[in-house]
Design a protein around this ligand. Structure first.
Ligand SMILES: C[S@@+](CC[C@H](N)C(=O)[O-])C[C@H]1O[C@@H](n2cnc3c(N)ncnc32)[C@H](O)[C@@H]1O
Length: 220
């Protein structure tokens, strides 16, 4: 019932991705700077990886190039088609799936790393705990979860209460989170690293915007 308060997500995202020439920061074909850092410094050594809300695939492709077995899910057909084209262009195998992540039956304790860059802040408040449970269930014990999302107080992302989401029937382009709120929501995880993303001027080998949090969690 609460889902029906909010607009249907897939058609909106399909329209969002229809014009690939738009000046959208994350349309660049480069992985998140924090993700590259986790891998290059050995903070994580991922092998079986899931990306939630992969969009046009830039992070999934980077992880596949590092030798990971990649599953990547997004509800937008336009995004998945673009991601498949990008993956073919660099000849990396990725199992892309066009689906709402809440409709997918992820295998229990299958992944050692799950990554989300910019999807969680589009998840409605009533779905948050399902989102956390899904990750807890799909991760191996001691597995890692990497997240980037809008930081509160930066002017990007909606700084509205959960109540307001339903009153206005909108997530207003994605919700901004405080550090405290993220720590509460992901209380079943230990925090390995919690920081602002470094802004990276494009073109570059990695992507970064300072209005985003980047957090690396480890399942307790
Ligand atoms: C801000 S975009 C980020 C895309 C990509 N991670 C990147 O950084 O390039 C958020 C993505 O999450 C996807 N998304 C939002 N809700 C979703 C859901 N319930 N299931 C699957 N994908 C979802 C959208 O379709 C969109 O592609």
């Amino acid at each position: 019932m609460l889902d029906s308060f909010l607009r249907e997500a897939a058609p909106w995202w399909d329209a969002f991705y229809a014009d690939r020439t738009r000046d959208i920061p994350f349309f660049v074909d480069a992985p998140d700077e924090n993700l590259r850092n986790y891998c290059e410094t050995g903070m994580i050594r991922p092998s079986r990886v899931l990306e939630l809300g992969c969009g046009p695939g830039r992070n999934a492709i980077y992880l596949a190039q590092q030798g990971c077995h990649m599953d990547a899910v997004d509800l937008s057909r336009e995004a998945i088609d673009w991601a498949i084209e990008r993956a073919h262009a660099v000849a990396v195998p990725i199992n892309f799936q066009c689906a709402n992540l809440f409709d997918v039956n992820f295998e229990s304790q299958h992944y050692d790393f799950i990554y989300d860059s910019g999807c969680f802040h589009h998840i409605a408040p009533h779905r948050r705990m399902d989102f956390v449970e899904l990750i807890k269930n799909a991760l191996q014990p001691g597995g890692y979860f990497g997240l980037t999302c809008f930081a509160h107080g930066e002017g990007y992302g909606a700084e509205i209460s959960d109540w307001e989401v339903y009153r206005q029937k909108s997530l207003k382009g994605g919700l901004a989170y405080t550090e405290n709120k993220l720590r509460q929501i992901f209380a079943d995880f230990e925090v390995v690293e919690f920081r602002r993303m470094n802004r990276i001027v494009q073109p570059a080998v990695s992507f970064g915007e300072s209005f985003l949090w980047t957090v690396l969690f480890r399942l307790k």
